[in-house]
Design a protein around this ligand. Structure first.
Ligand SMILES: [Fe+2]
Ligand SMILES: [Fe+2]
Length: 298
């Protein structure tokens, strides 16, 4: 959908153009992030001190994310189109959600998306990566599309169908998941073959996996960008090194590098200055037009 034009928006656009010209991208997507060098990283993801809301959330998520649920969720996804709308409209729709799993942020969803994209832009990363920052959490719309709760939308992801990794947050809560006692699902490889590739494993169902499937045929994002979206919540893998026994030696290593390059922007931009959606809209609308159709089937 084109943005309506008026004088004010013209000013905003020209400011944005100047700003971008100053910051003009001279860096590759995998260059080390710079915007966060001064930040105290120990202040983020402090789940042990996190409010009980987060702990309660993960207990429920770990008990209910089973192989059976995962298969049903994927079948349900394939059977219908939940909405048809453009990216900015989707961002506005998402804006009423408060993510129960996140201990770090209390800004709105739209601001988190913009903070992530703006941090990527400030570091001079390519436009496709900025736009990945902008859309990476739009899969949280699942919450409005008949999810069971928040446990099947947000939170860290992990592999189902094989032994739950000790690197997953609050691993003891898997005692309440029936798959823990399944003779196949409880083994190291479970239903998978060694080094079968992450493409062939079932990640717990939520906004990452959903958004990847929505965008893989409805965007011109490169593989690295799609990997950033698909695996950004897969902390046991990208931060803690779990599941190497399921990785292939072709695409997964590259995907890992991509997610690790993206992660600081998702995580450490949360303490950045507030973003004004209306001021930033013209710039991001122009990026949206480059990478997505006007209307996406959600
Ligand atoms: Fe996310
Ligand atoms: Fe995020």
């Amino acid at each position: 959908m084109p943005v309506p034009r008026n004088t004010h928006e013209f000013e905003v656009v020209s400011d944005a153009v100047d700003e971008v010209n100053v910051l003009k991208s001279t860096k590759a997507w995998d260059d080390e992030s710079e915007f966060d060098v001064q930040k105290d990283k120990t202040q983020f993801r402090q789940y042990d001190d996190a409010c009980s809301r987060v702990k309660k959330f993960y207990k429920e998520q770990h008990e209910k994310q089973t192989v059976e649920f995962n298969i049903n969720a994927r079948v349900k996804f394939r059977k219908s189109v939940r909405a048809k709308m453009g990216v900015w409209e989707a961002m506005e729709k998402l804006n009423t959600l408060v993510d129960d799993s996140d201990p770090d942020t209390s800004v709105t969803q739209i601001e988190h998306l913009l903070q992530t994209a703006e941090a990527i832009r400030r570091d001079g990363k390519p436009e496709w990566m900025q736009v990945v920052g902008l859309v990476h959490d739009l899969g949280k719309l699942l919450y409005f599309f008949g999810s069971e709760g928040q446990w099947d939308v947000v939170g860290d992801t992990f592999v189902v169908g094989c032994q739950f990794s000790d690197n997953i947050i609050y691993p003891e809560t898997f005692a309440g998941n029936p798959d823990t006692y399944d003779p196949v699902y409880s083994t190291r490889y479970g239903i998978y073959k060694p080094h079968c590739g992450l493409e062939n494993v079932m990640l717990s169902w939520g906004h990452d996996e959903y958004m990847y499937h929505v965008l893989k045929d409805q965007s011109s994002l490169p593989e690295e960008g799609l990997a950033m979206i698909r695996y950004h919540s897969f902390y046991p893998w990208h931060r803690d090194g779990a599941y190497t026994h399921l990785m292939n030696d072709t695409t997964d290593q590259k995907a890992l590098e991509a997610v690790r390059a993206f992660n600081p922007y998702d995580l450490y931009s949360k303490s950045d200055d507030r973003c004004d959606p209306e001021r930033l809209r013209p710039y991001y609308q122009s990026l949206i037009e480059k990478f997505f159709p006007d209307v996406i089937e959600w």
